[in-house]
Design a protein around this ligand. Structure first.
Ligand code: NZQ
Ligand code: ZN
Length: 392
């Protein structure tokens, strides 16, 4: 077991109509002029934005609005947000939406509090020394950004998608009303469930340390999301299933399921980020498309974990050699992805990548991780390329 830091300072209001508390929470955290940041308009169409604006107006909180955060959010809008906030003397950021709106708001916050070019943080050139306070109203259970220290931004020039993690980026509060996720298309719900499971799986498939309580929580979380994603496939308006998935999303990426190990593997995410950057795919679908190829490439180097996963999460029969059980677990996971209409390779993901594209992605991925990365198995550029090729 490794020493660890656990820091999850976000105040969570969970349940029906919790968005009615937004003005109260902004005041609690000292906000007087707010930037409301959102995506392509789903929060306007659902009526949520009108509710939020009415709350702020009734409480005498001034606000400006900036929409347009696209999936795989762009750096250019972050720059725009920074300038708008300076001009309008904004002192609090409110992200209303999914991971893209939240991540874009986090980047705006870094830009405002630190000056200079905000891309430096994503490019690994500087570390943030603060951020502007951020609150979140979550409409998509997926990334865990509402409680995580991460933000992922795509620089349009060169289509470079990079993450930056800092405790300064953690939201002051997160409002989570599972009902707000009921307007999601089925595909986005499934992408979200995939991403949630992956955030725990990245931490679980490790050769660096373990802790029984962490592993048990991780397995329970994975079983819960697996079960409830099937319920939501058949009954998208099921409140309890929405709630289970939403809370799992936050716990999966706030650090809880990594306490006591070496931080995990994270290579499926790194490989996906290149796909998202180059082909603009939905993050969860990209993860599902790459995971099986990654797993088959690395499982022998992390056999005890893959066996345990097969037995305790995928509930395969305890029969055969460890290797056979591990492989049966990988197959069962791919069957699960198919059952919720997620892709299990790049063709099913709908992209037609040339071998040159795969070479480019492997190179960019290797650069992005400083040469190599991975705990289940340490991967270098040639390994990354082999996994991309296997995923075609
Ligand atoms: O843009 P709008 O119109 O709001 O529509 C969005 C978007 O089209 C829609 N949507 C969201 N809530 C909805 C809804 N549609 C109907 N009803 C609702 N209630 O869903 C689409 C996807 O939204 P997006 O925010 O892009 O999805 P997600 O939450 O999956 O975020 C993906 C981004 O987060 C990054 C990903 O790489 C990707 O860029 N990640 C962020 C992480 C973090 N900050 O900790 C960790 C993750 O691993 C991930 O990398
Ligand atoms: Zn993710």
């Amino acid at each position: 077991m490794f020493d660890f830091k656990y820091f999850a300072p976000t105040k969570v209001l969970f349940g029906k109509n919790t968005e009615d508390k937004v003005a109260e929470l902004i005041k609690e955290f000292g906000g007087s002029k707010v930037l409301i940041h959102y995506g392509g308009g789903s929060v306007i169409r659902s009526g949520l934005m009108d509710k939020v604006k009415a709350q702020l107006e009734a409480a005498g909180i001034k606000y400006v609005m900036l929409g347009g955060a696209v999936p795989n959010p762009h750096l250019q809008l972050v720059y725009e947000g920074i300038e708008l906030c300076k001009k309008e003397n904004v002192d609090f950021l409110l992200a209303v939406g999914g991971g893209s709106a939240i991540d874009s708001a986090k980047a705006i916050g870094y830009g405002l509090a630190n000056g200079g070019d905000v891309w430096d943080f994503y490019d690994g050139k500087r570390k943030a020394e603060g951020s502007m306070p951020l609150g979140v109203i979550l409409t998509l259970a997926a990334t865990g950004s509402e409680m995580s220290d991460s933000s992922v931004i795509t620089k349009e020039e060169g289509l470079i998608k990079r993450g930056y993690s800092s405790d300064f980026g953690r939201a002051k509060f997160a409002i989570m009303n599972p009902e707000l996720t009921m307007t999601l298309p089925d595909y986005q719900t499934a992408c979200g469930c995939t991403d949630i499971m992956m955030h725990t799986m990245e931490r679980y498939f490790t050769n660096g340390g373990n802790m029984e309580i962490t592993d048990s929580m991780a397995e329970a979380l994975l079983r819960t999301v697996k079960k409830n994603s099937i319920i939501l496939r058949d009954d998208p308006k099921n409140y309890d299933a929405r709630a289970e998935v939403m809370w799992a999303g936050s716990l999966s990426h706030n650090g809880l399921t990594g306490c006591g190990n070496d931080g995990g593997d994270w290579m499926t995410h790194k490989l996906e980020h290149e796909l998202g950057g180059l082909f603009d795919v939905a993050h969860g679908a990209g993860l599902a498309a790459i995971w099986g190829s990654w797993a088959r490439y690395v499982y022998k180097d992390c056999l005890p974990r893959f066996k345990r996963y097969a037995l305790n999460v995928m509930e395969v029969e305890n029969k055969g050699t460890d290797e056979e059980i591990a492989l049966a677990g990988i197959e069962a996971m791919e069957d699960f992805y198919r059952s919720i209409n997620m892709p299990t390779n790049l063709r099913e993901l709908g992209i037609t990548a040339t071998d040159e594209d795969l070479v480019t992605m492997a190179r960019k991925c290797a650069v992005g991780v400083g040469g190599g990365k991975g705990s289940a198995k340490f991967l270098k550029e040639e390994d990354m390329l082999a996994i991309y090729r296997a995923a075609m």
